[in-house]
Write a protein that binds this ligand. Structure first.
Ligand code: G3P
Length: 236
């Protein structure tokens, strides 16, 4: 939630919700290019994305924090709470922007409770139902990541999960942010925005797709062609 003050008195403070775009990547070249667009608010990684780059998570997320000044999710790979807590503390110590990602399993929820007490922010991931998202909010998760695309992949409407979660969260004062993850294309982004998701995390390719429309490219070509016909002749 971004709060912008308007007018002279505190009574005229306007609270604006602005959708945040995160890049779902651990690839430094993708991150550097996307950072240049000025629309990236944070980064999500997971063990598969880290493995693709081939460097230990601590080393890779440290570099990522130097590229994007926003929340950077780094995921634990332990499966029991005590080990998740030790691993998560190490990740959180890398940089103030690190958000510790834990899987939405009982041991992960136990770890969230410990992290909340220590002021370590968490992103509870691999969420596939509103019931799970309710558990994450009750545990005090900073972010919950429902995987829209993987629900779509098995023939269920993934966006309905986001709708249900937002409806439930709006009924109460949960502070957990809904981060639409596992996004397959611009349509998923639009649907997540219509549902009111706080954040959407986009693969680099999808973020590139957000810019493109054939009519924009066609229109620009026509503008420049018309301009050349007149002014290039004049300058020739
Ligand atoms: O951050 C979660 C996301 O990386 C998962 O996406 O495409 O593997 O379902 P996907």
């Amino acid at each position: 939630m971004i709060i912008e003050a308007t007018g002279k008195s505190a009574h005229s403070v306007t609270i604006k919700r602005l959708m945040k775009f995160f890049l779902d990547s651990a690839n430094l070249a993708e991150l550097k290019d996307a950072a240049s667009w000025g629309i990236v608010d944070g980064v999500t990684t997971n063990p598969s994305l880290i493995a693709k780059e081939g460097f230990p998570v601590q080393e890779q997320v440290r570099k990522i924090c130097d590229i994007i000044d926003g929340d950077v999710s780094a995921e634990v790979v332990s499966l029991v709470a005590p080990e998740m807590i030790v691993e998560g503390r190490r990740l959180a110590a890398i940089h103030k922007n690190i958000v510790v990602k834990v899987p939405l399993i009982p041991e992960g929820i136990k770890a969230v409770a410990a992290f909340v007490k220590e002021g370590i922010r968490t992103n509870v991931t691999l969420c596939f139902s509103a019931a799970q998202a309710l558990v994450a909010a009750k545990a005090g998760a900073y972010i919950v990541s429902p995987f829209v695309g993987r629900v779509d992949d098995i023939g269920w409407p993934g966006i309905e999960m986001i709708d249900d979660i937002m409806t439930i969260y709006r009924n109460y004062d949960y502070k957990t942010q809904v981060l639409a993850a596992s996004v397959r294309g611009p349509l998923s982004v639009i649907q997540a925005a219509k549902a009111g998701a706080h954040i959407v995390t986009l693969p680099y390719k999808v973020m590139q797709q957000m810019f493109h429309h054939p009519l924009t490219e066609k229109g620009l070509e026509q503008f420049l062609s018309d301009h050349r016909k007149v002014f290039d002749l004049v300058n020739a």
